[in-house]
Write a protein that binds this ligand. Structure first.
Ligand code: ADP
Ligand code: MG
Length: 319
């Protein structure tokens, strides 16, 4: 190893630890953080592994970005405001170009959301990045998966399926003009932190979609003790996806494709207009169904029971 652990920390990861509530950051045996009165601390952790969560040849900027993005998405789903993170990095070799790329991607997103890095660890091993984030939510209420009620509308942010389409574009080296925005959606997911903050007082339940819309919606239904009817024809359309993939593939990506990091949420019907009126122009919010008594997820197309052709659905469900 040309670069020692101390050099790596000093060169790439120290100095991003100054923020509100940080009493002691990187460099001691542990960080010391202040606690905010009237708030609850929300903590999440996610690990990404080369070859499992991203193609091994992914640029280091995108890996650093993703390691934090997947975590911020979890805090968004809780309605929390992110504040700090810690990072555990396992690296086959400490290469300077790789480390500076990784740090650039990580801190680009961290600065956008004002998250500071207060500690971590570095070990030699296969390429694995674990980030833990913590943030604040007002003491009265935070969002969970378990609050959806029959009668609530089922809504989704963004355009589910675009990340899976982006991964297909990368794997098949598709270079059409329409491929660029899809690739971007896979490589640089936008955690819906400000949406989560708004939903905190509007939605009954929320969850981020990382493993496919239907599968994650099933988890939300189980946690809430109710069922969802998903109207397939109401799913937001993606012009680039429709240009590059046939309709069946688009639906498969929208319903079962992973890595979107959008939010699904349950909203009482009378609050839907408030929510969509104040929506961020770049992030569509769409009603795609509703919650009913029962269990599990039922897909409908133009009001009639409908299911994805078995082969595609099973292929993804097995993964
Ligand atoms: P120790 O062996 O005493 O735990 P380390 O050498 O592991 O100390 O860490 C020294 C300091 O550097 C600690 O404050 C730790 O949190 C921080 N640190 C280590 N790795 C990272 C990293 N990848 N990112 C940010 N801080 C780190
Ligand atoms: Mg240590």
């Amino acid at each position: 190893m040309t670069l020692g652990e101390f050099d790596i920390i000093a060169r790439y990861f120290a100095g991003h630890d100054r923020g509100r509530d940080v009493l002691l950051g990187v460099g001691d045996d542990a960080a010391v953080l202040d606690v905010r009165a009237g708030h609850k601390l929300v903590v999440a952790m996610d690990t990404i592994v080369a070859g499992v969560h991203f193609p091994a040849e992914t640029a280091p900027e995108h890996i650093g970005y993703r390691a934090l993005a997947v975590n911020l998405s979890d805090l968004a789903a809780m309605g929390a405001e992110p504040a700090w993170m810690t990072l555990s990095l396992s690296l086959p070799q400490p290469e300077e170009a790789w480390l500076s790329g990784f740090a650039a991607g990580l801190f680009e997103l961290a600065e956008r959301h004002e998250v500071v890095l207060v500690g971590g660890d570095i070990v030699r091993g296969p390429l694995v990045a674990t980030v833990q984030v913590a943030g604040w939510v007002e003491a009265d209420a935070w969002l969970t998966r378990s609050g959806a009620k029959p009668g609530d509308m089922l809504m989704v942010s963004g355009v589910p399926g675009e990340a899976a389409a982006g991964l297909a574009v990368i794997r098949n080296a598709i270079s059409d003009r329409e491929a660029a925005p899809l690739r971007e959606r896979f490589l640089r997911p936008q955690p819906r932190v400000s949406l989560g903050r708004r939903l905190r007082t509007i939605a009954h339940a929320a969850m981020d979609v990382s493993d496919g819309l239907i599968g994650d919606l099933e988890k939300l239904c189980t946690a809430s003790g109710c069922s969802a009817r998903l109207d397939v024809e109401r799913l937001p359309r993606s012009a680039p996806m429709r240009k590059l993939f046939d309709e069946r593939t688009c639906l498969e990506y929208a319903l079962t494709g992973g890595d979107d990091y959008e939010l699904i949420f349950a909203v009482p019907p009378e609050r839907v207009a408030t929510l969509t009126n104040g929506a961020d122009a770049g992030v569509p919010l769409t009603v795609i169904g509703r919650f009913v008594e029962g269990q599990g997820v039922q897909c409908l197309r133009d009001g009639r029971p409908w299911r994805l052709e078995r082969s595609g659905y099973d292929h993804f469900a097995a993964g």
